[in-house]
Design a protein around this ligand. Structure first.
Ligand code: 8YV
Length: 324
């Protein structure tokens, strides 16, 4: 019988997935659960048939090492893969897969959470209460912004953007504006009574809330910069559950400080887990530690989706979620 493919799982995964994976493949687990570095990946590309990275694994060109790689497939645990230099993977003939669909709902739930928290000042309120500073109800205390019925702009109308529209329109009666790099089918827009606008610059001044659901990577780096923050309505809110690099954090910190916008909710950061220090001074900002897909159900589903992609590949079928 042929030897089992050697697989490197770069972080600890849900136990059920690790167990399933180990039944079928010769699996090495990163027991210390520490992020791996460039040198680790150079070794891994030489020693493993498959490497299973996450968002904490930065894989620029130099991480692929010199010469022929043993690795045939990078099966990413996550939908976003801007941490992988896919042009080098392609050049080396390495297949890349991701885990779409299974995390859309939970990520949209976190975007809604951030939107509600920042608009209704939930983070501030909880801090006040825990700090023993709440003096009691009064008509003018901690007044926020109404979410229901407001206009939400969604940048990137893929699966997660649509899951957000579903919640916002059908749950909160919000008016939905969409900006997407390609035309969205009229029947898809109709599901949320949404309207597509041509550019980000057209969308921003028309919205009370803006939620980012586009991919990261070089093409969208600092898509939201100082100039575009200026285009937003003075009391508007920015929500980012996409990728940190999409927002210029220094520009955002300034906009929050000077009141150019009303507030922001972030689940992802430019240099996560490092946080741009100026952000920590803003009360009108809610920050979460990249929790988008962090539910038991979703993290297991993501793992099993990676497992299916690996089985497809090593059993000679086209992996269902191949992106390179
Ligand atoms: C994942 C995410 O948990 O899937 C993504 O792209 O941003 C997260 O929800 C993370 O990327 C794990 O690799």
């Amino acid at each position: 019988m042929a030897a089992k493919p050697r697989v490197l799982v770069t972080r600890r995964w849900p136990a059920a997935v690790e167990a399933k994976m180990s039944e079928v493949f010769d699996v090495d687990l990163n027991r210390a659960d520490r992020p791996l570095g460039i040198a680790d990946f150079r070794d891994a590309f030489r020693d493993y048939d498959a490497v299973l990275p996450t968002v904490t694994d930065k894989l620029p060109g130099e991480a692929f090492g010199e010469g022929a790689a043993r690795t045939k497939i990078l099966a990413n645990y996550g939908v976003g893969f801007s941490h992988i230099d896919t042009s080098v993977a392609k050049e080396r003939g390495i297949v890349v897969t991701n885990t779409p669909d299974v995390l859309s709902e939970c990520t949209a739930d976190i975007a809604m959470t951030l939107m509600l928290m920042v608009a209704r000042r939930a983070g501030e309120g909880e801090r006040e209460l825990r700090d023993g500073k709440w003096t009691g109800w009064r008509p003018t205390h901690m007044i926020g912004t109404k979410v229901s019925g407001a206009t939400l702009g969604i940048i990137g109308f893929g699966r997660i953007g649509q899951a957000m529209a579903q919640r916002a329109h059908h749950g909160f009666g919000m008016k939905i504006l969409v900006q997407n790099r390609s035309a969205v089918a009229p029947e898809v827009l109709a599901r949320y009574n949404a309207e597509q606008v041509a550019t980000v610059d057209d969308l921003l001044p028309a919205c009370d809330f803006v939620s980012l659901h586009c991919p990261g990577g070089a093409a969208n780096r600092h898509l939201i910069n100082a100039r575009r923050l200026d285009l937003m309505r003075p009391g508007a809110f920015l929500i980012n559950t996409a990728r940190g690099e999409v927002v210029d954090e220094h520009a955002l910190a300034q906009a929050l400080w000077y009141g150019t916008i009303g507030g922001a909710g972030l689940d992802v950061f430019e240099r996560e887990p490092l946080i741009t220090p100026e952000l920590l001074h803003s009360d009108n900002l809610v920050m979460l530690p990249h929790l988008g897909s962090a539910t038991r159900e979703t993290r297991e589903a993501m793992g099993f989706r990676v497992f299916e992609n690996l089985c497809d590949y090593f059993e000679g079928r086209a992996p269902r979620d191949r992106v390179v």
